[in-house]
Design a protein around this ligand. Structure first.
Ligand SMILES: [Zn+2]
Length: 339
């Protein structure tokens, strides 16, 4: 870290780690409302956004992603604040750019699912394209290193995002959101969708959000085999499984979005995922909704990094009951089984 290299150059040298999940983490911290999920925090408490960027970099993220997820025209219309669209985007980009410059990390813009895209509807495509164009133009103005296009259920919407990002002369990292049915909403397999995204000029293609480590991995294998470009994997850190493969389906469907806590992955689950993903050739790794800095650090360490936060990685040798230090009290050590 610290040197200036493009995303593509960094990927040639080894895996790139990107922390996402700002929406859920700032909601948990009490600065963002679940439901509409609009990042008003960017304008109301910019210091909290900057702080979380710094925490994720401290934990090992190579990328500072501007918090413009769900900061698009449709979301701002929904909460009656469309007039804040441009200041919100520009401020989010300014905050992220400043942290990226300070920390020598990559600076990414971000666009996402609009919730307006309809397959086969020309008017909706025009609307979506215009929304992408305005956000990508602000990202370009801010001098981003690349733009993330994420959480697309429709491959068609992801393709539109890729086109707009490429037309602005920027590199695109484009990831799809795959729900219970392991297909895009128009019915393409993830590998077919990713192949088309790569053909459209995306530098990195893959999956983010929705699925946890266990249910994302099988899809990644197929994608890795189908494309020549680097593959991205940013699952949610929740224990999804064959019967409930998405975080929306966990707990019989009753846990999403604000009672997912008992399904949260441990740092060990996340480390296992990172090793497995790396093993099948995933090059751009990260976590989405639900991620906290300890998850990001676990991922970084699993791929051989030692970020600043590793200074405080667990060492239980001096734990009063569980430790091994010769100076610890025997009375406590022998009580360990009764804790
Ligand atoms: Zn997510």
């Amino acid at each position: 870290m610290g040197e200036s290299a493009t995303l593509v150059e960094r990927l040639e040298r080894g895996p790139v780690l990107c922390a996402e999940g700002y929406l859920f983490e700032l909601e948990r911290r009490g600065y963002l409302q679940a439901g509409a999920y609009v990042p008003e925090v960017v304008l109301e408490h910019p210091e909290r956004v900057a702080e979380l960027h710094r925490e994720f970099v401290h934990a090992g993220s190579d990328v500072v992603e501007a918090f413009t997820y769900y900061a698009h025209r449709e979301k701002l219309r929904l909460i009656g604040l469309e007039h804040l669209l441009e200041p919100l985007n520009r401020t989010a980009l300014e905050i992220a750019g400043s942290v990226a410059r300070d920390t020598g990390t990559l600076f990414a813009g971000d666009i996402c699912n609009t919730n307006l895209y309809l397959e086969g509807d020309r008017a909706s495509k025009g609307l979506v394209r215009a929304m992408f164009e305005e956000q990508v133009a602000w990202a370009a103005d801010a001098g981003v290193d690349f733009v993330v296009g994420e959480t697309f259920q429709f491959a068609g919407e992801a393709l539109l995002a890729t086109q707009v990002i490429r037309e602005a002369g920027l590199e695109a990292v484009v990831t799809l959101a795959i729900h219970r049915d392991p297909l895009t909403r128009e019915g393409w397999t993830p590998e077919e969708a990713c192949r088309r995204l790569a053909d459209a000029g995306a530098a990195v293609v893959g999956l983010n959000c929705i699925r946890g480590p266990k249910t994302m991995l099988p899809l990644l294998r197929a994608i890795r085999a189908a494309v020549d470009v680097p593959v991205a994997a940013l699952p949610v850190p929740y224990r999804t499984h064959e019967v409930e493969p998405t975080f929306q389906s966990l707990g019989g469907g009753g846990a999403f979005p604000v009672a997912l806590d008992p399904h949260t992955c441990t740092r060990y689950d996340v480390a296992d995922f990172a090793r497995e993903a790396l093993g099948i050739g995933v090059a751009y790794l990260g976590l989405c909704c639900g991620a906290a800095p300890h998850h990001v650090r676990a991922m970084a360490e699993a791929i051989g990094r030692r970020p600043p936060a590793s200074r405080y990685s667990p060492d239980l040798s001096k734990h009063a009951y569980l430790g091994t230090d010769p100076s610890l009290r025997k009375e406590n050590l022998t009580f360990a089984g009764r804790l």
